[in-house]
Design a protein around this ligand. Structure first.
Ligand SMILES: *Cc1c(COP(=O)(O)O)cnc(C)c1O
Length: 419
């Protein structure tokens, strides 16, 4: 099946007489005929037993996203943040380190640099554009994974996934890619060598601003038996001695994430959230096409506007990341970052002058919206971190929606003219 077909038919296949639409199984529990059957589930969870870590409705969405990414299994989470956190915690323990590219989502920088540090896990940030040999120097014997974003939010740097995967693999560790802005419609990181993919499904996948969610997808190709990951190959005493690589084979990573971490932490979405996410997924290919074409038209306007100092949109031929975008992306997605002449004050006046586009803490939505990263999502970062994340004080992040392109352009032109 192609993506358009997968979005409609993967994950849920009704049998004779069953509901045509994936049902919402709003139940925390599942009933079994005997004590023995439940006991067996604590050896190997072959059925749903408790909705803190698995649920039939959520499972349908997990299967659909795994199929779209070309992975072997997926686990949904209650937020994109939970997906990023669990994707790393599944590999790193106290005393370990991991490497991340520096230009990533501000919330992830905070998670990695502050919260994981408190757990004794060190994040080493690197410049994604540096040569492979340079990046390679950041790895230490205790480094357990590498993390990057396909299209960085909001710097819009495009990751050279093949380069980063080969550096990570040369150190015997997997590459985790946050594919939120590209979605599997525009990029399938696993096909370029990534091992694990995470998403904030809150963004394009849902698209309608209805649910906060995340997902982790397991590519199923990484060799967990290479000696660096004893938790995958030794019995898990917290789960009745299960050995993940033996019991789950190529899906060992997701099985461990669910049976250890989700069991203990419970950052699992509700069935209702998964149902809403699925509605968004059904039209994702159609929407991504329009996000790309609308954003391209806006980026072209901005790049010619004399009140704009710089535009970042990997779809523009003049963009620093255009060559990488041409290699890895089927379209440059719907987010544009640009610097307005006059710095922060003018940026704020431009944003407040918009009538159609809303000022909100959101991105990758069906409706056009704007945000000023330096005073909002990235407010907690130091000036140094802001520069590393590719953010200027006057930068505006514009998330182009699916309104008619002429209405979007009129709104932006109007506010520019009033500056
Ligand atoms: C929003 C976002 C996240 C965090 O996701 P939430 O669903 O808000 O927790 C992670 N990565 C990227 C690229 C994002 O845009």
């Amino acid at each position: 099946m192609r993506d358009e077909t997968k979005c409609l038919h993967e994950g849920y296949t009704p049998r004779n007489g069953e509901p045509g639409v994936m049902p919402i199984v709003q139940s925390t529990t599942y009933r079994f005929d005997s004590t023995e059957q439940i006991g067996d589930l604590f050896n190997l969870p072959v059925a749903h037993m408790y909705s803190r870590f698995s649920n039939p409705t959520v499972e349908c969405v997990e299967k659909k996203i795994a199929a779209l990414e070309g992975g072997v299994a997926a686990m949904c989470t209650s937020a994109g943040q939970a997906a990023s956190m669990l994707s790393v915690l599944n590999l790193c323990s106290e005393g370990d380190s991991f490497v991340s590219t520096a230009a990533i989502y501000g919330g992830t920088i905070n998670l990695f640099a502050v919260t994981l540090k408190k757990l004794g896990i060190e994040c080493i940030f690197v410049d994604a554009d540096a040569p492979a040999e340079e990046i390679s120097k950041a790895f230490k014997p205790n480094t357990r994974c590498m993390f990057t974003e396909t299209i960085a939010n909001p710097a819009l740097a495009v990751a050279d996934i093949e380069k980063l995967a080969s550096v990570a693999h040369s150190h015997g560790v997997p590459l985790i890619v946050d594919n939120t802005f590209a979605t599997p419609i525009l990029c399938k990181p696993i096909s370029f060598g990534a091992d694990i993919v995470v998403h904030s499904t809150t963004k394009y996948m849902d698209g309608h601003a209805l649910q906060v969610g995340g997902v982790i997808v397991d590519g199923g190709k990484f060799d967990w038996k290479n000696g660096n990951f004893p938790e995958f190959t030794n019995p898990d005493e917290s789960y009745h001695g299960v050995v993940y690589t033996e019991s789950f084979g190529e899906a060992a990573y997701i099985a461990k994430a669910r049976m250890q971490l989700m069991r203990d932490i419970g950052a699992y979405p509700s069935a209702m959230s998964a149902f809403l996410l699925n509605l968004g997924l059904e039209t994702l290919p159609l929407r991504m096409e329009r996000y790309c074409s609308n954003a391209m038209a806006v980026a072209e306007y901005l790049s010619k506007c004399d009140k704009v100092a710089a535009v970042r949109y990997p779809g523009l031929e003049t963009d620093k990341y255009h060559a990488l975008a041409a290699k890895y992306l089927k379209g440059a997605s719907g987010v544009i970052s640009f610097d307005i002449k006059g710095g922060k004050d003018t940026a704020v006046r431009f944003m407040d002058g918009l009538k159609l586009a809303s000022n909100e803490v959101h991105v990758a939505d069906i409706r056009t919206c704007v945000l000023h990263p330096a005073s909002a999502t990235h407010r907690q970062l130091t000036d140094e971190q802001l520069v590393a994340a590719g953010i200027n004080p006057g930068m505006i992040r514009l998330s182009v929606g699916l309104e008619h392109i002429e209405d979007i352009l009129e709104d932006i032109r109007g506010s520019m003219d009033r500056l």
